[in-house]
Each structure stands twice: as structure tokens, then as C-alpha cells.
Design a protein around this ligand. Structure first.
Ligand SMILES: Cc1ncc(COP(=O)(O)O)c(C=O)c1O
Length: 364
């Protein structure tokens, strides 16, 4: 038996400790997870009704075309049904794209630090990975362009970027897209799109007609609060979607996920409320950072990267003992920092008070 040699350089996904185990270990009453940019307000009440109805149909395979969801989403986004591809999370859409376009002899360009799955999939497919370091939280688009050559199959843009929360504005994006050769696919990962309030955030779906080499990925895991169902999607022109489709497993998205996402789309008031509360939550963290003079990136997502100028792992562990799970910057390419998901008003207040206490102890 011979495993592809490139797999030997990869480590399996490291899941965090189960919440119950943390609770027992530190004798805590409650655990708050602000580590994976999930929605602290759950999901729309309509989702619950829809999945209860679906439960009775567990014995049948899901609709491999996801017709009902496809119709709802196409109408919601004002795109054609054939311009959509669904995945078991946008993670799987990234995998499908990589499987379809990358192989040894090809290369792919991305920022670093960014969402790790672009690189992970590229390594598995045997493609060369060209990473361009982010400066001041921003993709260095000119430097990324210089890395693109005739063998570049995909360039990945993450906007808002995980873990920085920063975004690529319309002017910069347009100028970049115009210069990318048509032989290179441009993927814009908009997992946090619903949370964005910046006025100059580009409306990328409008660009799809003009740029057949553009594909936008989004997810129901974040603002829609459906992470456990695993459902995300890609939008691109029909011809490109048709070429990608054979790389997708026929029943990759399950029935529960499809009905949950369909119900979620119908409740835009829920999304609006979550976005508003997220904005207020971000303000709580901004004023905390200003008060303690901590550097941070203004975020357009539902998380914030803060530089505590501390050992990230030690601070992570300190918060764990208080019942708060966050992401250490050491794992994200930002030593000294923590990435914290914006929680409810109360969760934000509590974690901020633990962080203040920690900084106070450090100062003594
Ligand atoms: C930037 C970005 N893209 C994609 C994903 C994958 O999300 P999912 O597979 O749940 O749709 C995430 C998840 O954290 C993310 O942060």
C-alpha cells in the first residue's frame, strides 16, 4: 500500500476538546464556545419546523439536485438555477473545485494567513502552492498577480478573510480581476458575506456574467446558524458549474441540510437581527481594545483578531479555565493574538471581563 506522498506532509484535523470534558476538567457550570465563528443566536425558528417534517422521510436518499433549495436560493440571489453548485459545507465546494482543477504541474496562488483549506486541498491534489503574505491584514493583490503564470489554475481570495476579518473593497477587487488571465479561476470565498456592512464591499455576483473565470463560495454555516447540517454553495457561470459538477458526489448534501437551508433563506429578518447584534458585539470588543490599547483588525465578519502581546496558548488556556473556548493565534499564523467569535452581549461582556482580569494580573 502506498499513500500519496504529499499526504505524509499533512496532519489530520485536530478537533478541540469536547465541551463536556472541559466542563468536568475545570469544574465549570457552563462552557461558551467562541472558537469556530458559529452563530451564537442559533438559527431561524422556521428551520426547526422544516426539519421536524423532514424526519419522517429519513429512509429515502436526498435530492441530488437539491431542487427546492436551488429554486429558493436562485430566486434569493437573482441568479439562474444552473449557476449554483452545492456542497457539504463550503469546505466541500473548495474540495470539488480543487479536485477538478488542480494536479501536479499546476500551481495555485493564495494569501497567508488565510482559511487553511485552500492549501490543504491543493497539497492533496499535488499542485504547487504559492502563498503571498498578508500585510496589515490585507491581501497583497499586486504581489499575488506577480505569482500568477500560465500554469496557475486557481487564485483564492478570502473576503472577509479568516482569521483577520478584513475585506477586499470593490475598487481593489475589480482592478485585480481585470488583470488575471482568463485561464486562471478566481475563487472569492465569501463565507461571512451576510455579516458585512462596509459600503464598498463588492457585489461579486454581478461580475459573474462579465468574468467567466470567477466563482464565489458562500455558506449556511455562519449567519444562517446551520453549521451542523453542513451546507454551502458556489456561484459561477453555467458552463463552469457544468464542468465542475462531475467532481461532486451525487448525494453530497443531505435532505435535512437542504430543507434547513431553504427555510433559513425565507427568514431574512433573523439574519438582519443577527447582523445588527454582531455589529454591536464588535463595538464591545473595539471599545475594550481601545481601553486597553490593544491592536486589532476592524472586522467585517463575526469574529475579531486581537493582539494581546501575550503567549496565545497560555491566554487560551486561561480562558478555558473560565469556561471560554477561543482560537489561539499560534494555530492561525498570528502568535500573540486570539481570534474570538462575537457572542451574545452577555458572553462578550463576560469574556472581556476575564481578559481584563488577565491583563491586570500580567501588569502586576
Ligand atoms: C473563510 C471560510 N471559508 C469557508 C469555511 C467553511 O465553512 P463551511 O464548510 O462550514 O461552509 C469557513 C469556516 O470557518 C471559513 O472561515
Amino acid at each position: 500500500m502506498e499513500i500519496k506522498k504529499q499526504l505524509l506532509s499533512l496532519t489530520p484535523y485536530q478537533p478541540g476538546k469536547p465541551m463536556d470534558e472541559v466542563k468536568r476538567e475545570f469544574a465549570l457550570d457552563k462552557i461558551v464556545k467562541l472558537a469556530s465563528n458559529e452563530n451564537p443566536f442559533g438559527c431561524s425558528i422556521h428551520v426547526k419546523t422544516a426539519i421536524m417534517e423532514q424526519l419522517g422521510k429519513a429512509a429515502t436518499y436526498p435530492d441530488g439536485y437539491a431542487r427546492q433549495l436551488r429554486e429558493s436560493l436562485a430566486a434569493h440571489l437573482s441568479v439562474a438555477e444552473e449557476e449554483l453548485i452545492f456542497g457539504n459545507g463550503s469546505d466541500e465546494v473548495i474540495q470539488i473545485i480543487s479536485r477538478a482543477l488542480l494536479h501536479s504541474g499546476k500551481n495555485t496562488v493564495m494569501a497567508t494567513p488565510t482559511f487553511p483549506q485552500y492549501k490543504h486541498n491543493a497539497v492533496i491534489e499535488g499542485a504547487e502552492v504559492r502563498e503571498v503574505v498578508i500585510k496589515d491584514g490585507h491581501h497583497q493583490l499586486d504581489d499575488m498577480l506577480k505569482q500568477i503564470d500560465e500554469n496557475t489554475a486557481i487564485v483564492w481570495l478570502c473576503s472577509p478573510n479568516n482569521p483577520t476579518g478584513t475585506y477586499i473593497n470593490e475598487e481593489r477587487l475589480l482592478s485585480f480581476i481585470q488583470k488575471v488571465p482568463s485561464t486562471c479561476l478566481i475563487v472569492i470565498d465569501e463565507a461571512y458575506k451576510e455579516y458585512v456592512t462596509a459600503q464598498d464591499y463588492p457585489e461579486t455576483l454581478k461580475l459573474l456574467k462579465e468574468y467567466p473565470n470567477l466563482l464565489v463560495t458562500r455558506t449556511f454555516s455562519k449567519a444562517y446558524g446551520l453549521a451542523s447540517f453542513r451546507i454551502g454553495y458556489g456561484v459561477a457561470n453555467k458552463e463552469l458549474i457544468r464542468l465542475l459538477e462531475p467532481a461532486r458526489e451525487p448525494f453530497n448534501t443531505n435532505s435535512m441540510a437542504q430543507v434547513a437551508a431553504t427555510a433559513g433563506i425565507q427568514d431574512q429578518i433573523f439574519i438582519k437581527n443577527c447582523v445588527e447584534k454582531n455589529k454591536q458585539g464588535l463595538e464591545q470588543f473595539y471599545s475594550f481594545c481601545r481601553e486597553l490599547q490593544l491592536a486589532y483588525y476592524p472586522s467585517e465578519g463575526n469574529f475579531i483578531l486581537i493582539d494581546f502581546e501575550a503567549d496565545s496558548d497560555v491566554l487560551f488556556h486561561y480562558l478555558l479555565t473560565k469556561g471560554y473556548i477561543v482560537r489561539s493565534g499560534n494555530a492561525l499564523g498570528y502568535p500573540g493574538c486570539l481570534r474570538i467569535t462575537i457572542g451574545t452581549e452577555e458572553q462578550n461582556r463576560e469574556i472581556i471581563s476575564h481578559l481584563k482580569e488577565y491583563k491586570l494580573k500580567q501588569a502586576i
